[in-house]
Design a protein around this ligand. Structure first.
Ligand SMILES: CC(C)(COP(=O)(O)OP(=O)(O)OC[C@H]1O[C@@H](n2cnc3c(N)ncnc32)[C@H](O)[C@@H]1OP(=O)(O)O)[C@@H](O)C(=O)NCCC(=O)NCCS
Length: 159
């Protein structure tokens, strides 16, 4: 069973493991720790609860399946990071994380989502298009490790 919850300090070690398996230029543990106190940050974590089926404890402590990090800037949400544990991909976990942040946006009068993605990351680009994002342009040499252009994408709400 999957549940989506706000970021907590206890999840950060597992998040850092997923981050390292997902990116050539991963965020450090300190970046995730700083998010806990950063007022603009909106951070959701997908937790997979594994039934153990014994005694009166129905669920083990959950394992982190994925996370989504955004900044809320006035009427805009900037998606800064999303990743799903490699062994749990293609189970709509990223789609569910976006569903939760879209619900958040509806309650907060957000007008637009923006994000950047590596040009080679065709899987993520397909996901974003499926969610309704459109390509706005390309930012040359935006990424390091390896050096690469970014595709800029956005989604206007209420259109
Ligand atoms: C991109 C990522 C977050 C997708 O997570 P996910 O939980 O597997 O995505 P979902 O299951 O919600 O995918 C929904 C749809 O998006 C598209 N999609 C997602 N990942 C895809 C991939 N690797 N290749 C092609 N299409 C993909 C598919 O259309 C998919 O629907 P389908 O499975 O019915 O075909 C995950 O692959 C990941 O963590 N990648 C490494 C980190 C990363 O690249 N993050 C994005 C940085 S901008």
């Amino acid at each position: 069973m999957l549940s989506i919850v706000p970021l907590q300090i206890d999840y950060i070690d597992e998040i850092v493991t997923i981050e390292r398996e997902s990116f050539g230029d991963p965020w450090s543990k300190n970046i995730f720790l700083d998010l806990l106190d950063y007022p603009l940050a909106v951070c959701f974590v997908a937790m997979e609860q594994t039934p153990v089926g014994i005694a009166d404890t129905p669920f083990q402590k959950g394992a982190v399946a994925g996370y989504l990090i955004a900044y809320h800037l006035f009427e805009e949400m900037q998606i800064l990071n999303i990743a799903v544990k490699e062994s749990m991909r293609h189970r709509k976990i990223a789609t569910k994380l976006f569903g939760v942040i879209f619900d958040y946006a509806k309650n907060e009068n957000i007008q637009e989502f923006t994000l950047e993605v590596r040009t080679s990351n065709t899987g993520a680009i397909k996901l974003y298009k499926k969610l309704g994002f459109k390509i706005d342009g390309v930012r040359k040499n935006y990424y390091a490790n390896p050096k690469e252009d970014a595709v800029l994408m956005s989604l206007r709400l209420g259109l």
